[in-house]
Design a protein around this ligand. Structure first.
Ligand code: PMP
Length: 313
């Protein structure tokens, strides 16, 4: 196995040398934005497929814009950096790639302006986050989702993830797998690292972008599959907590969590308490697509080892 490397301060270096100074602004104040990109291993083909990299690059650019940060590389440069980094690390298993734009100035001072920005990427092996087979047992968090008027949840801001971490820890220490957070107005927002979809009367319902969610890439993928492959209708509207208790099915979507059915919420079984039939169908399709097993969705993927580089869309 090659020595793990990272892209740091403009070049590839051994991961153990990719260290920041303790005075770094981003470390002190959470002033950074990040992405999580999946590489999904296909053993039959001996290939690692990066999923929707351009969409992730677009989203980190948007996060950076909201945070008044500058990203000094073009989309193609970032794509190539991610591709080259993953390739040189040589993993033959599922990976998670973490690009980040961060306030790199080494100085004290709470602000966003007049500070230097830098960009880094690392990659790490990463298996299942939740259990996609068994499904997730969730609790409604007592922590409310941070509001757009405080820190915008549509930007993947490092410091904002304290909100998510509080909810996740509360859920896990109480014996659940994942938290579902409500907005300040009491409507369902999202999981600590996942969007939420409820199925009622055959319609997929998910909160609108204005309900303090991250505009999820896996969510859009799952909804597209549901519409195109299964002819299902999608509705984006606010969801009440009590509606989730009577949903026919619930599933969560996320780069780490993939498509994971929710089987229980606040100890109330979702449906009959086993993974929903429609959720499983979408999940199965999604897994085939992200591992390159569906030719019609290959455009979502960028193969690492046969080196399609910047041509992937
Ligand atoms: N919401 C939050 C809070 C997340 O951290 C994530 C993971 N990035 C998601 C939703 C899902 O987004 P995506 O499918 O783009 O990974």
């Amino acid at each position: 196995m090659p020595t793990p490397t990272a892209f740091f301060r403009g070049r590839f270096v051994p991961l153990e040398q990719a260290n920041i100074n303790i005075m770094t602004h981003a470390f002190n104040y959470g002033t950074a934005v990040f992405e999580g990109v999946r590489g999904n291993w296909n053993d039959d083909e001996g290939e690692l497929f990066l999923f929707k990299v351009r969409e992730h690059i677009q989203r980190i650019r948007q996060s950076a814009k909201i945070m008044r940060m500058s990203l000094k590389y073009s989309d193609d440069e970032i794509l190539e950096t991610i591709h080259d980094l993953v390739k040189q690390n040589g993993y033959r298993e599922d990976v998670y790639i973490r690009p980040m734009v961060y306030k790199s100035s080494e100085m004290v001072g709470v602000r966003m302006h007049n500070l230097e920005d830098d960009f880094l990427v690392y990659v790490t092996p990463f298996g299942a986050y939740l259990d996609p087979e068994a499904g997730a047992r969730c609790m409604t968090s007592s922590w409310r989702r941070v509001d757009d008027t405080s820190i915008p949840a549509r930007a993947k801001v490092n410091g904002l993830y304290v909100n998510n971490a509080m909810a996740k820890t509360e859920a896990q220490l109480n014996g659940f797998d994942e938290a579902i957070m409500l907005n300040h107005d009491g409507h369902v927002s999202e999981g600590s690292g996942e969007n939420i979809v409820m199925i009622r009367r055959g319609v997929l319902v998910t909160p609108p972008a204005s309900d303090n969610i991250l505009e999820g890439i896996t969510l859009e993928t799952a909804l597209e599959i549901a519409q195109r492959e299964f002819g299902l209708r999608v509705e984006r509207r606010s969801i009440d907590r009590s509606e989730l208790y009577i949903a026919d099915e619930i599933f969560m979507t996320g780069t780490a969590a993939h498509v994971t059915p929710v089987v229980e919420l606040d100890r109330v079984p979702v449906g009959d308490g086993s993974p929903g039939v429609v959720s499983k169908q979408i999940q199965e399709f999604y897994f085939k697509a992200i591992t390159g097993r569906l030719p019609q969705y290959r455009e979502w993927l960028m193969p690492v080892y046969r080196g399609a580089k910047v041509t992937a869309s």
